[in-house]
Design a protein around this ligand. Sequence first.
Ligand code: FAD
Length: 281
Amino acid sequence: MSKGFRMAVLVKQVPDTSSVAGVNPDGTVDRARAKKMMNPYDKYALQKALEIKSAYGGEIIVISMGPPPAIDILYEALEYGADKGYLLTDKQLAASDTLSTAYALYNVIQFLGKVDIVFTGLQTTDGDTAQTGPQIAERLDIPQVTYCEELEINNGRVRASRVIEGGKQWLDLPLPCLITVANSAGKIGHKRFANVYKMKELLRDKESLSKMVFVVSLADIGADPNLTGLAGSPTVVGKTWKLGEIGGSCVMFKGESPAHEVELLVNRLIENHCGIEELLK
Ligand SMILES: Cc1cc2nc3c(=O)[nH]c(=O)nc-3n(C[C@H](O)[C@H](O)[C@H](O)COP(=O)(O)OP(=O)(O)OC[C@H]3O[C@@H](n4cnc5c(N)ncnc54)[C@H](O)[C@@H]3O)c2cc1C
C-alpha cells in the first residue's frame, strides 16, 4: 500500500461529440454507431487526483461502469498516470438510470476497501444530469464538494473551493470525502512520460496488464442485481428526439461605444417587436 491518499476517480465512456451518435426510432440514443471517448469532464477529475498524488503521494484507481469496450478509457487513464482500473460490466446494468448507476458505482468503491477521496467529473456529455457524484456521496455517507476548483489537504482535513454564482465558496471537511471537479479547474496535462515504462510493460506483457485493470461483474462486487439496470431504475424517459437544424442568423452591431452598440441592439429589438418594450416600461 503506497503512502499518501488512496483515490478513486470515476470515468465514463461517452459518445465522441465529433461523431454522429443519432437517435434510434424508439427514441433511445444510438450508442453503438458513435465513436467513443472518455467523458471530457472526467479528465478534470483525473487531473485533480494526479495533482494530489504528486503533492502528497498515493494511489489512483479509475473506475468505470459500462460495456466491455469502456476498458479503453481505463487504459487511457493509466497513460495519464492512474495506477489501476476497474471496469464494472454486466448485462444486468443495461438501462440503468442515475439512481441505479450510483448504486452500482458505490458498490465498486465499497469493494475497493478504504478510499480517502472519490473524484467525479462535474457531469457527462451524454446523460448530463450531474447527479451521479452526489448520489454516491449520499450512499457512502461521506461529505461532498461539488463544482470544486482548488483543493489542499492539511492534517487530514480537506480545504476546497467551489464555484458559486458571482464567486467562490471555501469549505473545510474531513476525509473521506467525494469531490466533483469543475471544468474551470486545471486542464489535464499530456500523457505522462514518467509512465512510459509502465506503458511499455503493459504493451509487452498481457499478464502485467491483468494486474492493473480488472473487469468485475455485479456478483463479483456483491451488488444486489434488483437495485441495478431496469429493475433498479425508477426513472422513465417520456420522449427523446433529434433536434432539427436550428435556423437564424447573427447580426453584429458596430457603434461608437459599447453604450451606443447597446442602444442599436435595443432599437432593433423594438423594431422587431421582440417584447423588449414591456421590459423597458
Ligand atoms: C431511464 C434511463 C435509461 C437509461 N438507459 C441507459 C442504457 O441503457 N445504457 C446507457 O449506457 N445509459 C443509459 N442511461 C443513461 C445512464 O443512466 C446515465 O448515463 C448514468 O446514470 C449516469 O448519469 P449521467 O450520464 O447523467 O452522469 P452525471 O451524473 O452527469 O455524471 C457525473 C459524473 O459521474 C461519473 N459517472 C457517471 N456515470 C458513470 C459511469 N457509467 N461510470 C463511471 N463514472 C460515471 C463521472 O465521473 C461523471 O463525470 C439511461 C438513463 C435513464 C434515465
